[in-house]
Write a protein that binds this ligand. Structure first.
Ligand SMILES: Cc1ncc(COP(=O)(O)O)c(C=O)c1O
Length: 363
């Protein structure tokens, strides 16, 4: 057993040093001074109105097209309550975010996986699946996808919105990493391309911190009405206290600077990860994202992720199970590497340990 410090390539958590503690302290004071009696009370399940107004302006939509909730994952669950009856079909990319798979299963959805390529879902596979059945929605993470790191090309985005129109299904666009682009050109969101057929989710978890639990959805007012009803029946009101604090944080103009400093912190970490992989594991095939929290690897032929996870523990290296991201099996050689919460030195050390582990497993 190694006596080196543990390195975790497991969860997609933000770096603690990125949290804007002082600004949030100031925002808390202002929020309580200005809105104390409102944010300590129950309110509408749509969320804190000033925050919804601020978000509407940020994204260029009407206020009744914005709902805020306790994190964006819970919005996925609300959408399941709203749309899904047991046995209903839902499409996801494969691989996809494991916690969404769990929620879809909890609601009895039948998950049809559409293979994900480095530039987005395989369109031929999507068209073939649509010929078989039309889903209630296609859950998709077009920007810096969790877990793969893939970003959907403009051509595929255009095709996706065209198909959503043609067949009449919702695109559930989960975009928590979208604001974190370190290089390259931003693509229009699916929501920008086709607001009538898309429900767009964002989150402050990766921008300010997950603690306040502020996630949001942008979409058609009548769908949001259904979501608001589910929200009301779940928790009456989201946490207005934290939504009020986040509102004051944003209203004070802090967000652009915060996003800029996150990019400055994370871009070298992504580069360190890619450099280390090229140096120590040249025959793995990493994705090469231009932003976000993750990259992923296909381990060399014959090297199973489960064996690597087990062996890595001997080097105090913790890795996540790749299979969890595959709703219908597969992913035996898949490995996700979340790099944001590690320093460049830890990343290099971690990848070196990973390379040693892979060499051991290969024997
Ligand atoms: C794709 C995706 N959606 C949703 C979430 C959860 O976000 P929140 O903290 O807003 O619930 C995450 C967090 O890792 C994520 O990667």
């Amino acid at each position: 057993m190694s006596d080196k410090p543990v390195i975790n390539f497991t969860r997609g958590v933000p770096a603690t040093e990125s949290f804007p503690v002082e600004q949030m302290k100031a925002a808390s004071q202002v929020a309580l001074d200005k809105y104390g009696t409102t944010i300590l009370q129950y309110g509408k399940s749509y969320g804190f109105v000033p925050l919804r107004e601020w978000l509407a302006e940020w994204q260029g939509v009407a206020v009744d097209q914005v709902l805020t909730a306790n994190g964006s994952l819970q919005i996925v669950e609300f959408l399941c309550f709203h749309f899904i009856q047991p046995g209903d079909v839902v499409f996801t990319e494969v691989p996809t975010y494991d916690r969404t798979i769990t929620l879809l299963r909890r609601h009895g959805a039948e998950i049809v996986g559409i293979p994900l390529e480095p530039d987005g879902p395989n369109i031929e596979a999507l068209e073939a699946a649509l010929e078989q059945q039309v889903p209630k929605f296609f859950y998709i993470i077009p920007d810096f996808q969790n877990p793969s790191g893939a970003t959907c090309s403009l051509e595929k985005r255009q095709k996706l919105v065209e198909l959503a129109d043609k067949y009449g299904f919702w695109l559930l666009e989960d975009a928590p990493y979208r604001p974190l682009r370190y290089q390259g050109e931003e693509q229009p969101s699916l929501y920008q391309l086709n607001p009538n057929q898309t429900l767009h989710m964002l989150s402050f978890s990766k921008l300010i911190g997950p603690g306040p639990r502020v996630g949001m959805i942008f979409g058609e007012a009548d769908v949001l009405q259904g979501v608001a009803k589910v929200a009301e029946n779940t928790y009456i009101t989201p946490s207005l206290l934290s939504h009020g604090i986040v509102y004051e944080y944003c209203n004070a103009g802090n967000l652009p600077g915060q996003i800029a400093s996150l990019k400055e912190l994370y871009a070298p970490r992504l580069q360190a990860c890619l450099d280390a992989l090229d140096k120590y594991l040249p025959d793995a095939e990493p994705t090469r994202p231009q932003g976000g929290f993750f990259l992923s690897l296909t381990l060399p032929e014959g090297v199973a992720t489960v064996d690597v996870i087990k062996q890595a523990k001997n080097y105090n290296l913790n890795l996540a199970d790749g299979g969890a991201f595959f709703p219908n099996g597969g992913g035996e050689n898949f490995l996700r590497l979340p790099y944001c919460a590690l320093s460049p030195a830890e990343i290099e050390d971690g990848v070196q340990r990973l390379a040693q582990t892979v060499a051991d497993v290969r024997g």
